[in-house]
Design a protein around this ligand. Sequence first.
Ligand SMILES: Cc1cc2nc3c(=O)[nH]c(=O)nc-3n(C[C@H](O)[C@H](O)[C@H](O)COP(=O)(O)O)c2cc1C
Length: 220
Amino acid sequence: MYDRPVRIVAICGSERHNGNTDLALEYAGELIRERDAEFEVIHLREHRISPCSPCGDCNSRATSCELRDDMPGIVDRLRQADGLIYATPVHGFGLAHLMQIFIERAGVGYLRFERPLANKVGGIIVTGRRYSEASVHNQLVDNLLLNRMILVGSGFPALLRNTEAQPGLNDEEGLDALERMVHRMLDMCGLLRRSQGEYPDDLLPSYDRNERIPRRRLPV
Ligand SMILES: Cc1cc2nc3c(=O)[nH]c(=O)nc-3n(C[C@H](O)[C@H](O)[C@H](O)COP(=O)(O)O)c2cc1C
């Protein structure tokens, strides 16, 4: 139907191989591939990502971070996607640290300058026991919107609970929310693809500017 398949890339913030977050993403991947779309998971635990250093350079520079690690390659993979899923466990009532570090480094080091993720369709999966999943979900909503992504309403948020010691997908309500989210994301990616074919130049301009360049009035 399209010249290339719709591509969804997920960022996984779990340290645990085959844990709840990996299982949730495997399931999302099955649903995505069933609809002939491509799916790739970037496991942050497999990458070298430095936390932000105290240099503070990015507060004055208008170009990307110069710390040498895997971040530029990860951001390039995100750029290739039509849709992005941010998936993370809750740790200590907040984002698990891999996801927190990713959001800080990607955000201030790369994304703030040109907002390359604008108009990608965003999705969020949070796994936890039952404490503060909603706060973590809200933080990710803010971050996706900050990056000008499109969040498609699909019902209840995809919060997957597991109170067992063993990893498992045993939260039926959470799985239902995940399924709805994935399908609505794919539907919106398809809609955007079709519209881009018809209106390639003026589809959803972001009126954006590099945040480090002084503000001027937006063109009307
Ligand atoms: C260090 C640590 C802190 C956690 N803190 C919370 C928490 O504050 N709230 C919660 O609901 N679950 C908490 N959990 C449980 C995990 O969020 C939950 O088991 C999650 O599904 C784990 O995902 P994973 O299997 O991908 O690692 C914590 C787990 C760990 C290891």
